[in-house]
Design a protein around this ligand. Structure first.
Ligand SMILES: [Zn+2]
Length: 137
């Protein structure tokens, strides 16, 4: 996968003019002082030109990465050195409440099936906002 600055991916619903959000690929942009920025997306780090970073990352990168919240790091698949690796596809946890509630893959909150779409949308909006904020740094 290469870096995609397009965060939200839409698909037209056949026969309509409506677009449906099908995929969200959040990224974060990290930089320090006057240096070139680095981007993190899908567990990979990319240079400003979109090339995947295969060399050792600069020391400041990890300083900046450590300032990110766990939720944001999980969204872009970034694991700090010494942290256990994150599962790429979280296994759905069995329902415990008996009323069809399942935990949200992102925040772990127990949700009823009818709440899930709306709740997920809220995460997507929040991720898009954070990306905009990160871009302003
Ligand atoms: Zn959630």
């Amino acid at each position: 996968m290469s870096l995609s600055l397009k965060v939200q991916h839409y698909q037209r619903i056949p026969g309509t003019t409506q677009l449906r959000l099908t995929r969200v690929t959040p990224y974060v942009r990290l930089c320090r002082d006057d240096g070139p920025p680095l981007f993190v997306q899908g567990g990979q780090v990319y240079s400003e030109s979109g090339d995947r970073m295969t060399d050792q990352l600069p020391e400041w990168f990890w300083d900046e990465a450590a300032k990110m919240s766990l939720a944001v790091r999980q969204e872009v698949g970034l694991v700090l050195p010494g942290e256990p690796p994150q599962p790429t596809t979280p296994a759905p946890a069995p329902s415990t409440a008996g009323d069809g509630r399942l935990p949200c893959e992102i925040c772990g909150r127990q949700l009823l099936p009818r709440q899930r779409n709306f709740h997920r949308l809220a995460h997507e909006r929040a991720a898009a906002r954070r990306v905009e904020d990160a871009g302003r740094v």
